[in-house]
Design a protein around this ligand. Structure first.
Ligand code: SF4
Length: 389
C-alpha cells in the first residue's frame, strides 16, 4: 500500500494481500548476554559470525521469486545485537544485500545496537555502508532498573553511545525505553523520559515490561523474587508517556512509538500496514501476501542449511483480515471502518471512548490502546457482545 493511499484514508482489502512496497530484514542472532525479559532468539556464540555471514550469502543469493528486482524501501538490521559484529562484517553484510536485492538508494536503513558495543570506528563504518538510522536499546537511565533487566550497560554508557553516534554523523536515532519494572516509581519513570528528551533524538519507542513465558524473568517471578507493578501504575505510566512526549512535539503514531514529524520508522510502518517483508537469518520471519514463513530457528541449523524453513504456511483470508485489524489498530492511521469492522461494533468503540472516527477511519484513543487485547477479542467475536474493558 502506498503512503498516499494511507493518507487519503483508503485501506483496501489488497493491503493485507500484497503491495508494491516491501522491506528487508536481517536477523543477527548474537548477544553478549541474555536480558532477563527477552524471548527473541539469540546466542552468545559470536565466534560463529563468519559462518553466519557465509550462510546469509547463500540465503540471499538463492533469493525469493519475484523480489530480486523489486526495489526495497527499507533495510532493517536487527537482532540480537548487530553492533557486536566487527565494522567490516556489517559493511560486508550491507554490500551483500545490495548485491542480491534492489535496495532503493534512499532506503531507510536501520541498525539496532546496544550502548556497550558502540564505538566510533563501528559507527563510522555503519555510515560508510549507507546505514542512515540507528536504534539504541537504552531501556532506562536508572542503573537499578538496568540491573533488574540484566542489561549489560549503565546509564553513562547511553550518553557515551549517543555522543559517538553524533560524532559519526547520525541524527536519525531511536531510543528504546521500558517502563513497569518492579520498584520503578512514577517519579523515576518521568526522570527517564526527561533524560531521553534531553538527548533530542527524533524517535522514542516506549514499551511496557511484559514477563514472557520461558524467560529468566518468568523464573524469578515464579520463585517470588519480585512482584509485578499494579495495573493502575502501568496504565498511568503509559498515559504519562503519551502526555509528556506529545507536549514536546512527538507524534504517538503507534502504541509504543513516538516520533517527531517525518521521523516515523518507515520499516515498522510498512509492517503495520501489512506490507510484504523478506527476512534473512535464523528465526527471521517473512510475509508475502497471505504467505508466512521463517528460516531455520537456530544459528547452527542456519549455518548447516540456510535454505530450509522452520515453517511455511498460508493464512486464510479471514486470518489475514484479523491480522490487519490488529496491526492497524496499533497505529494512528487506524483501520477502515467499511472494509474491516461493522458499523455496529464501531459505534460501541466510539461510545465507550476507545476510538475516534475521521473520514471513515477508526483509530484508538490512548485509553483504547491500553485495552487493545480486549478490543481485538470483541472485534473477532461474530456477535456484537459486550466489550469488557
Ligand atoms: S540485547 Fe536485545 S535481543 Fe539481546 S538478549 Fe537483550 S533484549 Fe534480547
Amino acid at each position: 500500500m502506498s503512503i498516499l493511499t494511507a493518507l487519503t484514508g483508503i485501506f483496501r482489502r489488497q493491503s493485507y494481500l500484497s503491495s508494491d512496497h516491501y522491506g528487508l530484514y536481517i536477523h543477527v542472532p548474537f548477544c553478549a548476554r541474555k536480558c532477563g525479559y527477552c524471548d527473541f532468539y539469540s546466542t552468545d556464540a559470536i565466534a560463529l559470525a563468519p559462518f553466519f555471514l557465509r550462510a546469509l550469502k547463500k540465503q540471499m543469493a538463492a533469493g525469493t521469486p519475484g523480489f530480486k528486482r523489486r526495489p526495497a524501501d527499507t533495510l532493517y538490521i536487527g537482532g540480537g545485537t548487530p553492533s557486536l559484529l566487527a565494522p567490516e562484517q556489517i559493511e560486508k553484510m550491507v554490500h551483500m544485500v545490495r548485491r542480491y536485492y534492489a535496495v532503493a538508494s534512499d532506503a531507510e536503513t536501520t541498525i539496532e545496537c546496544n550502548p556497550t558495543s558502540v564505538t566510533l570506528e563501528k559507527a563510522q563504518a555503519w555510515k560508510r555502508a549507507g546505514i542512515n538510522r540507528v536504534s539504541l536499546g537504552a531501556q532506562s537511565f536508572n542503573d537499578d532498573d538496568l540491573r533488574f533487566l540484566n542489561r549489560l550497560h549503565t546509564a553513562a554508557d547511553i550518553f557515551r553511545a549517543i555522543e559517538l553516534l553524533a560524532k559519526a554523523g547520525f541524527s536519525n536515532i531511536n531510543l528504546d525505553l521500558m517502563f513497569g519494572m518492579p520498584g520503578q516509581t512514577m517519579a523515576r519513570f518521568k526522570q527517564n523520559l526527561t533524560l531521553a528528551l534531553s538527548l533530542k533524538v527524533p524517535h522514542l519507542s516506549v514499551y511496557g515490561l511484559t514477563v514472557e513465558q520461558g524467560t529468566p524473568l518468568q523464573e524469578r517471578l515464579d520463585k517470588g523474587e519480585f512482584t509485578r507493578i499494579h495495573d493502575e501504575m502501568f496504565e498511568a505510566m503509559f498515559l504519562t508517556a503519551h502526555m509528556m512526549l506529545s507536549e514536546k512535539g512527538y507524534g504517538h503514531y503507534e502504541i509504543s512509538n513516538y516520533a517527531r514529524p517525518g521521523f516515523e520508522s518507515v520499516h515498522n510502518l510498512n509492517c503495520w500496514r501489512g506490507t510484504d517483508y523478506i527476512g534473512f537469518g535464523p528465526a527471521a520471519h517473512s510475509r508475502v501476501g497471505l504467505q508466512r514463513w521463517a528460516g531455520p530457528d537456530t544459528v547452527e541449523s542456519f549455518i548447516a542449511n540456510p535454505l530450509t524453513r522452520s515453517f511455511d504456511h498460508q493464512v486464510s483470508d479471514e486470518e489475514g483480515r484479523l491480522e490487519q485489524i490488529m496491526l492497524g489498530l496499533r497505529t494512528q492511521e487506524g483501520i477502515s471502518q467499511s472494509d474491516l469492522i461493522s458499523a455496529e461494533k464501531t459505534s460501541v468503540l466510539l461510545r465507550r471512548g476507545f476510538a475516534q472516527q475521521n473520514l471513515k477511519r477508526i483509530r484508538l484513543t490512548p485509553h483504547g490502546m491500553l485495552c487493545l487485547d480486549s478490543i481485538i477479542l470483541f472485534l473477532e467475536d461474530k456477535r456484537c457482545s459486550t466489550l469488557n474493558a
